[in-house]
Design a protein around this ligand. Structure first.
Ligand SMILES: [Zn+2]
Ligand SMILES: [Zn+2]
Length: 300
């Protein structure tokens, strides 16, 4: 197995002086030679890092010594190498941007539901499953029967929910996201809006895929991740599929690329052969644009 580890974690907990803490934390991560992205806010911490087993073990051990993070859950993946190019530790207003001051998962959030229970609940005939991620993440892979949110950023959810989901306030709602953090806010929002029974998948898709019994069952495609891997296997059963399709020829592919027109750079699915034909461009206009980074040799 890999000698590197990828950590994914968050904790909603009050942090005084996020700016000062971010500076210290940057030095600390630098000294451990970790790479990745950490956001610190008055409401908590949200991070993903890569490093060797020793480096990530040291990080976890040190964090455990801080009473605020003693019980923080770390999701751990193995890797052959780093999955980030640099290290960034920043102080922000929120650790995941939802844009509503009234939401504080430290006070209110949906009920946690564990993978096995979630698997069962998804199969109840009345269950409503809502994907709390962005549309392109859904297109890479999602739970069967989950509602596709028509949003490109997390902060667009309140408006989307109010427009599209006001009829189902009495139904049992199951929400999920990648690692659980977005559901903390999303489920809290649903409860505030008057939804009566809201459950959030504890630890998200990543935790669900690692459960030794459910093994990612009922998840189609791969899980989008915000590091160089782009997507990871999720369904470790005989039912595993790829669902995303090439933008041009509709062949099944999980290759997710950036448009080579540098002023566009939109992400889209593109098979190897269409990459050549269309110079890795999302449209004819982008194909012909001057500010272009495509090079034939770069195809891999
Ligand atoms: Zn194609
Ligand atoms: Zn484009």
């Amino acid at each position: 197995m890999g000698t590197y580890r990828i950590l994914l974690y968050y904790k909603f907990v009050k942090i005084e002086n996020p700016d000062g803490f971010a500076k210290e934390h940057l030095d600390f991560c630098c000294s451990l030679e970790l790479l990745g992205r950490i956001i610190i806010a008055p409401e908590g911490i949200n991070g993903t890092l890569s490093g060797t087993k020793q480096q990530t073990d040291a990080y976890i051990a040190m964090m455990r010594l801080d009473h605020r993070f003693r019980d923080m859950e770390f999701k751990i993946d193995e890797s052959e190498h780093h999955v980030f190019r640099k290290l960034s530790v920043k102080a922000r207003k929120e650790i995941v941007t939802f844009g509503l001051d009234t939401i504080d998962p430290n006070d209110l959030t949906g009920k946690y539901i564990e993978p096995k229970e979630f698997y069962r609940a998804m199969q109840e005939p009345d269950a409503i499953i809502i994907d709390a991620r962005n549309d392109y993440e859904y297109d890479m892979g999602h739970f069967q029967k989950a509602i596709r949110p028509n949003v490109e950023a997390f902060k667009e959810f309140p408006e989307w929910v109010r427009k599209n989901l006001s009829e189902i306030k009495d139904k049992k709602i199951l929400t999920y996201c990648t690692g659980g953090i977005r559901c903390e806010k999303f489920s809290a929002f649903l409860i505030q809006e008057g939804y009566k029974e809201v459950y959030q998948l504890h630890g998200g898709i990543i935790n669900y895929s690692k459960d030794p019994e459910v093994k990612g069952r009922l998840f189609d495609g791969k899980c989008y991740v915000f590091d160089e891997r782009i997507a990871v296997r999720t369904n470790f059963t005989e039912e595993e599929t790829i669902i995303s399709k090439c933008h041009y020829c509709r062949v099944t592919t999980d290759r997710f690329v950036n448009c080579a027109h540098l002023d566009c750079h939109v992400r889209f699915f593109l098979c190897r052969s269409c990459e050549k034909t269309h110079r890795r461009s999302c449209s004819k206009a982008c194909e012909d644009a001057a500010h272009h980074e495509y090079s034939e040799n770069a195809v891999n």
